[in-house]
Design a protein around this ligand. Structure first.
Ligand SMILES: [Zn+2]
Length: 498
């Protein structure tokens, strides 16, 4: 049987850069075996050491999750599509229920519209799916947006324009020049301002009839439940796994729908996770990927228009939930590929064993999400072996490196960034070996010479050094502190920062 395996963007670097691969197989497991037989690096991303399919990787045959069919034994036939859907750092409601839960069922209890508002919303009012009643529901609704970044920008602008009466915005970041390629709610004049202030000004200008509440804070296990209780719908525009799980669990515990979106390079996901009606994020992804395995947008990049499309889908879903119109994305995962311009849809199911929304939940209050996602350093155990492993990684500053090079010291510089980052700017005489290849290409690094490893800011190069040491590299390795960004700041400002 010839089947097509679709490879997600984040894993293509381990599959020779290919987006789809034809294999001969009789089951989903066989298809994956054939694939990982050909691309060995891919295997450790898909399977654990005990050969089980990893929890943050879901596999579909056509639009069915194999966990709900026969798992890896799920049969495939000629022409079938096997899709790998990893987590990426992202029943029909009856009428107007999310608003009614708070404001009572009676239409008379909904706020009325002024003549100015009637003029403003006229294109909605003449639609049977919205009408006066729907517009009054929108005015009564309270939507909490987590983040005013790439997804939050279009989301906030469309929700404000549509007349959602109360918008809450949670963010603690300030506007940076590199945000403006996609975060269209902010402008050049806002660089350096808190994002919530910049967003509030823009949204109030779009629609002065709505109330905007801003929370300049990081969403935490301490403040999430209190914040969520005050809102009807929560829209997740975050960019990291701890906050995604926190948003999910807080939504489950407070009974709120979670309008989800996530983006990476040119690929997006969207869904509505609402535990009372269907699957939650944890049903879909019980565990986060280990830190560093799935790159963030800051590391991997994102096409500027992509969050515009995915954020607009989230705004659409939030508005539908408020109106009680149409078919929400409950129990459906929408995948969007901007490069192929293709939407695909997969069925989701509630997992009865889900630790937060299942039949016997073990998570009954919010937990430490940094720890859950493996982002907290484990306490060092003071044994000789661990001491050995934990030896401090040697660092060199950009200024020291420049001094040593000027002195004529023999140093090889290994740049572990991606080729397109190398194109933006480089340290003279450096050799490019991207992080994903560094162990396989260890023989390109001369262990007899002093070696300085660098990336953009120092994180990936530290991982490269650890990986090389684990793989038995014997040479002397030092990490360039602050990466090429520090080189630009301290040594050569003509090297562009990005
Ligand atoms: Zn669940």
């Amino acid at each position: 049987m010839s089947v097509t395996v679709l490879i997600p963007t984040a894993l293509r670097q381990y599959a020779g850069g290919k987006s789809e691969i034809e294999v001969e197989a009789g089951t989903a497991g066989e298809a994956l075996d054939k694939l990982t037989g050909e691309y060995a690096d891919l295997r450790k991303h898909l399977y654990s050491d005990s050969n089980a399919l990893r929890n943050f990787v879901n596999v579909y045959v056509n639009d069915d999750d194999i966990r709900h069919v026969e798992r890896l034994e799920t049969p495939v036939k000629d022409g079938d599509t096997v899709t790998i859907v990893p987590a990426i750092a992202g029943g029909a409601a009856t009428e107007g229920e999310v608003v009614e839960a708070k404001h009572g069922a009676a239409v008379e209890a909904l706020p009325t519209l002024s003549n100015e508002e009637i003029a403003r919303y006229s294109r909605h009012l003449i639609m049977p799916e919205v009408g006066m009643e729907g517009q009054r529901r929108l005015k009564a609704a309270r939507v909490l947006m987590i983040g005013t970044g790439g997804l939050g920008a279009p989301l906030g602008m469309y929700l404000a324009a549509a007349g959602v009466g109360h918008l809450g915005i949670v963010d603690f970041d300030v506007v940076d020049e590199s945000n403006l390629q996609r975060q269209i709610v902010h402008g050049t004049k806002d660089i350096g301002r808190p994002k919530i202030e910049s967003a509030r000004d823009r949204l109030s200008d779009i629609n002065p009839h709505i109330a905007i509440e801003t929370y300049e804070t990081r969403l935490t296990s301490e403040n999430a439940l209190g914040l969520f209780r005050d809102y009807d719908v929560v829209v997740d525009g975050t960019d990291n796994f701890p906050t995604r799980y926190l948003v999910n669990d807080a939504c489950v515990l407070t009974g709120k729908p979670n309008v989800y979106g996530s983006i990476f390079r040119f690929e997006g996901q969207a869904s509505v996770f609402w535990a009372e009606r269907g699957a939650c994020y944890r049903c879909q992804y019980p565990e986060p990927p280990p830190p560093g395995l799935v790159p963030s947008c800051a590391e991997g990049g994102v096409l500027g228009v992509l969050p515009g499309i995915v954020g607009a889908i989230q705004a659409n879903e939030a508005i539908k939930l408020i109106l009680g119109a149409g078919e929400p994305l409950i129990n459906r995962l929408l995948l969007f590929d901007a490069l192929k311009m293709r939407f695909r849809e997969f069925k989701l199911r509630k997992n009865p064993e889900c630790p937060v929304c299942g039949d016997n939940p073990t998570i009954k209050e919010l937990i430490d999400y940094e720890e859950f996602c493996g982002l907290k350093p484990q306490p060092a155990v003071a044994t000789a072996n661990h001491e050995e492993e934990k030896r401090l990684m040697e660092e060199i500053t950009a200024t020291e490196l420049k001094q040593r090079l000027d002195r004529g010291d023999d140093i090889q510089i290994i740049d572990v960034r991606e080729p397109n980052e190398f194109e933006i700017g480089r340290i003279p005489d450096s050799n490019l070996i991207p992080l994903a290849q560094v162990v396989n290409r260890m023989s390109d690094i001369d262990p007899g010479r002093d070696t300085v490893v660098h990336c953009k800011a120092g994180g990936r190069s530290a991982k490269a050094i650890e990986a090389l040491q684990r793989a038995g590299f014997t040479g002397h390795l030092a990490n360039l502190k602050g990466g090429i960004t520090a080189w630009s700041n301290e040594v050569d400002p003509s090297v562009p920062k990005y």
